[in-house]
Design a protein. Structure first.
Lengths: 418, 418
């Protein structure tokens, strides 16, 4: 089926699938510990289908024709993607944007866009003959790996910093993943996962290290473009942490332009929290490489990264798309979480709500215009982090079970919420 | 479009849509406070389509032809249903059941089967001209109402007992629902919601009171039957609290038999926790009516009801299907949660995992056989109650970031988990 070559996104070196597994060996020599990943590989398919698929995007045959797998039988037997692209009438009115859509990726099996990456990584693990896939992660990537691995019957091992939030690990553990809490930082967990894969013969899914994480995420762009065909969106708003999702989105549109299915790729807007903004800063300052932050923080925990591992590729691709980086405050993220839920019925985690917060900034800054065709990518479910959502709402005081008390309580409630 | 009549499930009286709103006025005179609902109405469509739809089940035109609405434009603009029916190869092997499926209703917009009911209730509220819909609930019904109401731009008011778990309310509040915590029991909240709807001119969505909650949930049966056509399942395993979901499932199959699209309806197995088992007990003891429990309790909070409000209809329908009631322990529910997640990648809340636990009991008791065609209905997402899932897994102790420690930790881990 889809034959392909790896191309180094830094030096342009080309490798056959059998020659290299994770990153460009030449560029990897410049790797700094805990820094952005050097030599991240892109997948170049020999042939991209020149027609839209007749079946749905979650169909294994469809996926196999657009993704670098040897067989459609390699995919785990759990539908991923094919999520709704919502024409959000009420949010359109609220924002005076008549051509706005929300891509609701909360509907994926483990509740986030990362399932798209894990679908492909597990398929490749099966094709390469691995029985175990490991990753370093504290959140959605771990859950996504554990979920798809469970469906496929592959073992998942997840390395986490020991101080990772307890609740975040329960979902992964429920899927049967082996959790390995590590006394140390995320970088320690990352390095240990690499060493363990080497030593025990496991496959590594680390984000922005395994090239199939980027390639898998491109399916969200394929679906968006197909739903809106023949008119592509003018801009896609993408919440950005380490830069893998935005690069996956760019790759999807690039494949479609190459196949002649799109005449142009949309501008990509990378949204980052003010406290975790290395990629957005690089984009705004004209720098090629993001400067790692000593300490990153945000209510949107899925976007918190000091050194965005896929920063080089993300900065280059957003810039090449004609897009931009925008910054959002934690307060704006929580506000956006409420606006999105109240106007569309989509309950997002803070990292995903950041996309809507970023759209507001992009409108103010003139990065997108009100009459453009714009898609907001909502990457993860609000049920992933109910604690954060609780900060955005006020739960009223109890009333006695009498009608008069109901009337009073409703009078007190702020009407402006709707 | 679909014209219909209400029929009282107790006395058989027939009413036109304009004559009655919630329950049979004659039978309602026998209503006991806090008891099972008397005079629950069934919807009888004048005409059920005699062909499977060409479009998907989430398509408004398709829904309108099978549901009692005046127009397909009445539905909220958020896809509900059309969830995967998974052929769960690994679980089939684990249970030696070659013809087993899991209906994954965790993929609904607010994460549970209750979205199917709210979709129809909001559509009817719009057709009747209500701008506000109220319900009494502590959990998934409230979230589902709030979610679909937000998408449609209808106001939602949710009456909850003041001691309802905080986290359960955050999702509803995030969707913009007005929460009204009531100092008192669920029954107090229920009665207050009825009084408030009367007084303020709101529409009431209370489960097993508004007849469209049952009718809306039937779509899950339509989808199951369509996916497996032409061979219907032999049995469907349904987690059961107040008896609305199991009645909705029965109604869906009944409609299809009436239309000639099915030759027979499957047996329904109602699964209840040992601590909240009024319907299952009535089924096992040959009683027509469930005896309300003084105090109900279970880890599966969505199934905890003292007096199952739709108990009369549920008992009659499960019995008529040739099915049975089965009881499961909290321990078995948590075990099943893990087995389901580890073998299928579907992360269920305890109430939903109870269905799988119930299948094991049904196999033991000879209620279903290993070689039958069986569907397990998974009604809600595990992300709804991560705290309960945490009770089913063990998070290991941290290790230092050294390979030797990884090897030791893996040796210690119980291999039996997969």
């Amino acid at each position: 089926m889809a034959a392909f070559t790896f191309i180094c996104s830094e030096c342009g070196a080309r490798y056959r699938e059998t020659e290299v597994r994770y990153v460009c060996p030449a560029c990897a020599r410049q790797q700094q510990p805990g820094g952005v990943t050097r030599g991240v590989l892109r997948v170049e398919l020999e042939h991209v289908p020149e027609r839209w698929p007749a079946a749905r995007w979650s169909d294994p045959q469809t996926l196999a024709s657009f993704l670098p797998v040897a067989s459609s039988a390699s995919f785990p037997p759990l539908p991923v993607g094919c999520t709704p692209l919502l024409p959000v009438a009420r949010l359109r009115q609220h924002l005076a944007m008549p051509h706005l859509w929300v891509k609701d990726d909360t509907r994926n099996p483990s509740g986030s866009t990362k399932d798209r990456a894990s679908l492909l990584v597990i398929a490749k693990a099966i094709e390469y003959g691995f029985d175990t896939v490991a990753t370093a992660s504290t959140g959605n990537a771990a859950s996504a790996l554990a979920c798809l691995a469970a469906a496929a019957g592959v073992r998942a091992v997840v390395f986490v910093p020991a101080d990772a939030p307890h609740a975040k690990l329960v979902q992964s553990a429920s899927y049967g993943a082996r959790l390995v809490p590590v006394t140390g930082s995320y970088d320690d967990a990352f390095e240990l996962s690499l060493a363990a894969c080497d030593r025990f013969g496991w496959y590594n899914r680390n984000t922005a290290f395994n090239p199939f994480t980027i390639e898998g995420k491109k399916t969200v762009a394929l679906e968006i473009a197909h739903t809106l065909a023949p008119d592509p969106p003018d801009a896609v708003i993408v919440p950005t942490g380490d830069g893998v999702i935005v690069s996956g989105v760019a790759k999807g549109f690039a494949d479609l332009v190459r196949a002649g299915l799109l005449t142009r790729a949309p501008r990509l807007v990378a949204v980052q929290p003010e406290g975790s903004s290395a990629i957005a800063h690089a984009l705004r300052e004209g720098a090629a490489a993001p400067t790692p932050l000593v300490s990153a923080h945000s209510v949107a925990d899925s976007l918190v990264v000091g050194a965005p591992r896929n920063g080089l590729m993300a900065v280059a691709q957003v810039r090449a798309s004609g897009g931009a980086g925008v910054l959002v405050s934690d307060e704006a993220i929580l506000d956006a979480l409420g606006v999105l839920a109240r106007t569309t019925g989509v309950f997002a985690e803070p990292a995903a709500a950041a996309a809507l917060a970023g759209l507001l900034v992009a409108l103010e800054e003139g990065v997108v215009a009100h009459n453009e065709r714009v898609v907001v990518l909502v990457t993860g479910s609000g049920l992933k982090d109910v604690g954060a959502a609780a900060r955005a709402v006020r739960l009223p005081d109890p009333i006695p079970p009498r009608l008069e008390a109901v009337a009073e309580a409703l009078d007190d409630a702020p009407e402006s919420r709707r």
